[in-house]
Design a protein around this ligand. Structure first.
Ligand code: SAH
Length: 225
């Protein structure tokens, strides 16, 4: 079966399960070649709904998780987005397709931070190959500090599990009215996904579901082993 047909099957399955709802998110998932973001040895599994190893003990999230986070963040054209945890770069590409669909540099932009330099290099290559390098900036560093240079952000997503105390830079760097989607909990996979809306000095917190992410390691995250 062609990659395109496998991608269609995956998307149809996510629609049936009620994970994918908005047509923009459906179209973005139909469009992005996920197989360009997985390691060579895993290409045949690129369109299965499961997480895949990308080396360095890290994983590309399962497609349903990518879809859910995009739905919750209500991403729209023009949004400035910060992602913490680039990993493969796939999720950043998905966000970019939603905030800057025509590759126009005047539209939205995605900034994404990764702590493993090798993953930064690979993600940049994949993003270029897939045509997202102008809409996504990959930064090497500790994402628990956020990325002050481009703050504030309309939307922020954290794709690694934070400790329960949410890193202060995330709250500070979110626009008033902005949304933050973040898993918090323990390092050992007992975690919950939240969507947090900033309203002036207050934060409205919505609990979503139980999740499993690799830990967020850094100054305001967990310590390295
Ligand atoms: N969104 C990714 C999945 C990422 S897995 C994708 O689409 O593939 C989580 C990633 O977060 C890992 O690559 C891990 O190295 C990274 N990470 C963990 N702590 C981090 C930190 N403090 N700053 C930046 N990246 C971090």
């Amino acid at each position: 079966m062609s990659f395109e047909n496998k991608r269609k099957n995956l998307v149809e399955n996510l629609i049936k399960r009620g994970v994918l709802i908005k047509k923009e998110v459906v179209n973005a998932m139909l469009k992005i070649p996920r197989h360009l973001f997985v390691p060579e040895g895993a290409i045949s599994s690129a369109y299965l709904d499961s997480p895949l190893s990308i080396g360095f003990d890290q994983t590309i999230s399962a497609p349903h998780m990518n879809a859910m986070m995009c739905e919750y963040l209500e991403l729209k054209e023009g949004d400035k987005v910060l992602e913490i945890g680039t990993g493969s770069g796939y999720h950043a590409a998905l966000c970019a397709e939603l905030v800057a669909p025509d590759d126009s540099e005047n539209l939205g932009h995605v900034y994404t931070i990764e702590r493993h330099e090798e993953l930064v290099i690979r993600a940049r290559m994949s993003l270029k190959e897939a045509g997202y390098d102008k809409r996504v900036t990959v930064i090497h560093g500790d994402g628990t500090l956020g990325y002050i240079k481009e703050a504030p952000y309309d939307k922020m997503l954290v794709t690694a599990a934070s400790p329960e105390k949410i890193p202060q830079p995330f709250k500070d760097q979110l626009k008033d009215g902005g949304l933050l989607c973040i898993p918090t909990g323990t390092k050992s996979f007992s975690q919950t996904l939240y969507v947090i809306k900033k309203k002036g000095d207050n934060y409205e917190i919505e609990k979503k579901c139980a999740v499993r992410f690799v830990p967020l390691i850094g100054r305001y995250g967990f310590e390295r082993n």
